[in-house]
Design a protein around this ligand. Sequence first.
Ligand code: KIV
Ligand code: ZN
Length: 419
Amino acid sequence: MHESRVVIFDTTLRDGEQAPGFSLRTDEKLLMARRLDDLGVDVIEAGFPIASADDADAVRLVATTVRRPVVAALARACAVDIERAAWALAPAARARIHTFIATSDLHLSRKLHITRDECLEAAIAAVRLARSHTDDVQFSAEDATRSDVDFLCRVVEAVITEGCTTVNLPDTVGYSTPDELFEFFTAIRGRVPNADRAVFSTHCHDDLGMATANTLAAVRAGAGQVEVAINGIGERAGNASCEEVVMAMRVRRDLLRCETGIRTEALFATSRTLAELTGQDVQANKAIVGRNAFAHEAGIHQDGVLKDRRTYEIMRPQDVGVPATTLVLGKHSGRHAVKQRCEDLGHLLDRLEVDRVYRAMIVRADAQKTITDEDLQQMVQSVRASAQADVATPAAGLAAAGVPVPVARPKATVGVRPR
Ligand code: KIV
Ligand code: ZN
């Protein structure tokens, strides 16, 4: 089975960091860059040096310190940006200048006020200048998916002729659907005569919630690089999420037939680092790294996972660095989960005790949403205390355990698993 190696281009520190609420100080950017290096990304886009002196300094610091991955810097298709990016990247072991210009008529006429021919000339000149600084040059056709395909093909052919090594075709406003993006990449790669001389890259925004699906569709159409961000951060609704794209490729390797250099066990820690640095947590139900991604509360699900985790889990929590599957106790939980959680906490309960703790838990869960380990410990203790009281004075003490119905006499002793 032929499998292609997809390049992971991480834009957390550029597209991600430029989104409201996600800005990072220079030292924080460096820490995050080290994490991305440890994760195994191939390219770190460290910033947009012309945007500010701090951004330029941060790129330079990352370029100086992080030696394995390629370090990329963004530059508009103009000399001042490219020179600034080249300065910031000068210390890098492997530097990439990433230059871009919009190619859609909407952007050309309404934003840039230039003609298609002027756009083409600017793209060629930008790549030529960037190539005078480094052999690794990426060109992005901003708003590519809403551009005229014939014109886009002309631009792509011209920049490749000029020596551009990676051509990125962004879905800048997250407008495409997966089928469309597949056709789009297939068409451009098929029509540009020198397409085989560059790696094609996809950069999808999540405005319609399709960034991950679109990224995978582009890969199926031959894109060799994916642009992603940790926790999916980025402009507006964000970029395709690194953890989703990478794990989709791993879990559905049978279908997608590609691999990455990512150490997936570091995904969760990388996600946590970003959340802590930015103060922006991911939503509980976020795929892969959300608090609930490996949590089960419904009794049927908990029972299934306890019997064979594959019933409700398509990957193991440890594959992404999540410590363990969580059985969340709440009013939907069943006796199996209560028993298991008690065992995890060191209490081996007999059937009667499980029943009592379970019923106490259900009563408590009506009043509070989830049951913590401390709650459960306390219930176990109460059930045991009431059982001892019961031996001495029948029916005494059950109320203390929160058990609404009197039950049969329990065994006097139970095992406690050594911790
Ligand atoms: O979304 C976009 O088009 C971009 C480019 C600058 C690559 O972020
Ligand atoms: Zn973007």
